[in-house]
Unconditional design. Structure first.
Length: 195
């Protein structure tokens, strides 16, 4: 619990909630690079990624009171918001042709968030742990998660795209997420994840 209380991001969120503009700037400086990297990986090389990041920080400013530290870190909250908005933009592009699906294993680290060497190192270590866990998933489960996460496909769309029965897709996604959760649990419980 003391880790949560000592979390600098949580302190920033309290200041954002109190409407301190400098706090939002600090939050931006700490995490904009990671959010931009995620948005770029989902949306491709379009300029939409920068817009998504701006939307996410506007959301953080307006909805700071909704942040619940019991449900995860500030970075996780911001990453989820970034992913959701990026996927919304992908869906808005349909039926336009889409680029290739990005693989979970092909992802780069993305731009660094800040000049904090320790945070970068922890982030790289966490990324390595995540990649390793993803790499241990069966190929069919990994592919279903890639399609859902990076292309924003629904389970019905994954079934159509892969010519797989819907029930099988649902099972693959559920089992893949369960396996990832189980593999990552020791890291979450120990508090050794990055951010």
């Amino acid at each position: 619990m003391s880790q949560k209380r000592d979390d600098p991001d949580r302190g920033l969120m309290l200041r954002v909630e109190a409407r301190e503009p400098d706090a939002l700037g600090e939050l931006y400086d700490r995490h904009a690079g990671r959010l931009l990297g995620l948005a770029q990986r989902i949306l491709g090389g379009s300029g939409e990624a920068e817009e998504v990041v701006q939307e996410v920080f506007l959301f953080a400013w307006r909805m700071a009171v909704a942040f619940d530290p019991a449900r995860g870190s500030v970075l996780t909250w911001l990453l989820i918001a970034t992913r959701s908005r990026s996927i919304d933009r992908l869906r808005a592009r349909r039926p336009a042709s889409r680029g290739e699906t990005r693989s979970l294993e092909e992802l780069g680290e993305g731009p660094p968030a800040a000049d904090d060497v320790e945070a970068k190192s922890a982030g790289r270590q966490w990324e390595s742990i995540c990649r390793s866990a993803i790499g241990r998933l069966p190929a069919d489960q990994r592919r279903a998660l890639e399609l859902a996460y990076f292309e924003g496909l629904t389970q019905e769309e994954i079934a159509a795209k892969t010519a797989t029965p819907l029930g099988t897709v649902k099972t693959r996604v559920r089992l893949g997420l369960m396996k990832l959760r189980e593999q990552m649990r020791p890291y979450w419980e120990s508090g050794s994840h990055g951010s």
